[in-house]
Design a protein around this ligand. Structure first.
Ligand code: FES
Length: 137
């Protein structure tokens, strides 16, 4: 049994070197965080449809967002908390980079460059035709 809540209105922010960061709407039911697959799409001012490589989800009260990243196989979800000393990592292209001491991780959370030597926390995912479900521990 779990409470359900809905956060309305996704928002786009600019971060660091101009990478567009989009916070997706979500619905939390129990420990299942549902994100619409349509959050990965956006329309430009010229009316062109584009695809985002990733969206962020930040459940109410959570200290760190979760990054939901599109991969060739589907999606992957990582907690954006550096495994070194818990700074918030940033998406930089197809990697996560930590602004504190320079650790880097691939989109699956694997540490590529130290000082971090442990992966980012990842989440199991399920999906249906229109939604992705992040399964919280
Ligand atoms: S906290 Fe991320 S590299 Fe140190």
């Amino acid at each position: 049994m779990g409470a359900a809540c809905c956060v309305a209105g996704g928002s786009a922010l600019l971060q660091g070197c101009g990478t567009a960061v989009y916070y997706a709407e979500y619905q939390l039911t129990g420990k299942r965080l549902a994100v619409e697959k349509s959050a990965f799409q956006y329309t430009t001012k010229k009316g062109e449809l584009h695809e985002r490589m990733f969206v962020l989800v930040k459940p109410t009260g959570a200290a760190f967002p979760i990054s939901l990243y599109r991969t060739p196989e589907g999606y992957t979800a990582c907690l954006m908390r550096c495994s070194h000393q818990a700074c918030e990592v940033e998406v930089q292209g197809s990697r996560y980079a930590c602004p504190c001491h320079g650790s880097e991780f691939d989109i699956y959370g694997t540490a590529l460059n130290g000082p971090a030597d442990q992966p980012l926390q990842t989440f199991k995912l399920e999906e249906n035709e229109t939604q992705i479900f992040i399964l919280l521990p």
